[in-house]
Design a protein around this ligand. Structure first.
Ligand code: A3P
Ligand code: MG
Length: 359
């Protein structure tokens, strides 16, 4: 007899225990399943097993992880760029002509850097769209595993992950910007670049200088390792422009800002964006604005656009339109890049491309 006159039947106790065990089993198996799905979504803390960071069904990707892999890809690609340049065997070729009739050059540096950068990003994020300047040889695949470590400088600036749908992401890779200058051994202009756009908007960018081992990165609304300078000259700006695809840019700049304006011809869109920022690299010239008037491709400008946007600057067409980083590769309306100045006032000052004969 149990206390208070309640009698426990042995069968009842056994059924009760079995039910309890069932509940425990259910809870525990649910917990394990949760652990596995977290791992598949890249939710495992950094330092976990190497391998893809996105789930197999498309799912989501973490932009902070994408930034870490983008920095690694730019550095690894840059190692190839440097190695080929130092070997002096560039295997220089022309891929065709630009609209203005210049050779569109390619070297072993472009190809080998592209292979490293593309496969690093593709292996880590198999479900995202990656657009790259160079052809990817599917018969020459390289599986490069990311060790899933997020560098300390990124963790310090960006404390939490940021998940977005994988299908909303477009990655743009430029495995060697300033190829023309690379063939002329003008090393300071050369960069490797990665950009991540979400729904066409540039959200993170990496510009790496392989010959001085300097890397700038930034993520919109989250953080950066680079900043704007304190002052910019809007009245008589120093304007950085293309040295090998210039078109009428000098005439446009002088007509808009007057003869007192200094024009700085330079190679590479990555280099020219860095010219607007506070970059410690000694080989880097400084400018107040970057203007481009001829056709240009999105892999050349997306990383710079993301970095400028993250730091409060702007990169638009010459008529002030935002550039969408999905769909077609090309940008027709020229470029105006600025920071800490009145961008819209500059747009109003500039002549339209129709008047300059570029449209
Ligand atoms: N009119 C044009 N047509 C095609 N590509 C152009 C171009 N103007 C600039 N570019 C590309 O944009 C990048 C920066 O150009 P620039 O150094 O002249 O400012 C270079 O990229 P790559 O070196 O990656 O090919 C260059 O090829
Ligand atoms: Mg380029």
């Amino acid at each position: 007899m149990a206390p208070m006159g309640i009698r426990l039947s042995p069968l009842g106790v056994a059924v009760f225990c079995l039910l309890g065990l069932g509940v425990l089993y259910h809870l525990y198996s649910g917990f394990l399943a949760g652990r596995f799905s977290l791992f598949g979504l890249g939710g495992e803390p950094s330092g976990g097993a190497a391998g893809p960071a996105a789930s197999a069904d498309g799912g989501t990707v973490d932009l902070r992880e994408m930034l870490a892999v983008s920095v690694l890809a730019a550095v690894r690609g840059g190692d190839e760029v440097r190695r080929v340049r130092e070997s002096n065997v560039l295997h220089e070729k022309s891929k065709g002509k630009t609209r203005e009739g210049a050779d569109d050059k390619m070297t072993s540096g472009d190809v080998l850097s592209n292979r490293k950068m593309f496969y690093l990003l593709k292996t880590a994020f198999p479900n995202v769209q990656i657009n790259t300047e160079e052809h990817v040889d599917a018969t020459d695949q390289e599986v490069i595993l990311w060790d899933r470590k997020i560098p300390e400088d990124i963790l310090k600036e960006i404390a939490t992950p940021q998940e977005v749908p994988a299908e909303s992401v477009t990655v743009w890779i430029d495995p060697l910007d300033a190829t023309q200058e690379y063939t002329e051994d003008l090393r300071k202009y050369v960069t490797t670049m990665v950009c991540v756009a979400v729904n066409g908007k540039p959200v993170l960018g990496v510009i790496h200088k392989p010959f001085s081992q300097y890397t700038a990165w930034a993520m919109v609304d989250r953080g950066s390792n680079v900043k704007a300078r304190t002052a910019y000259n809007e009245k008589t700006p120093r304007i950085v422009v293309s040295r090998s695809h210039s078109g009428m840019v000098k005439q446009v700049a002088l007509q808009t800002f007057g003869n007192q304006t200094t024009i700085i011809p330079a190679g590479g869109a990555g280099y020219k964006v860095l010219a607007l920022l506070d970059v410690p690299d000694k080989s880097q010239e400084k400018a107040d604005l970057y203007i481009h008037v001829t056709y240009i491709k999105k892999w050349d400008i997306c990383a710079g656009n993301a970095i400028l946007k993250a730091l409060g600057g702007h990169m638009t067409t010459l008529s002030g339109e935002e550039i969408s980083y999905t769909g077609a590769d090309g940008v027709e309306g020229g470029l105006l890049a600025s920071i800490r100045v009145n961008h819209q006032a500059l747009v109003r000052k500039l002549p339209s491309l129709e008047k300059t004969g570029h449209k």
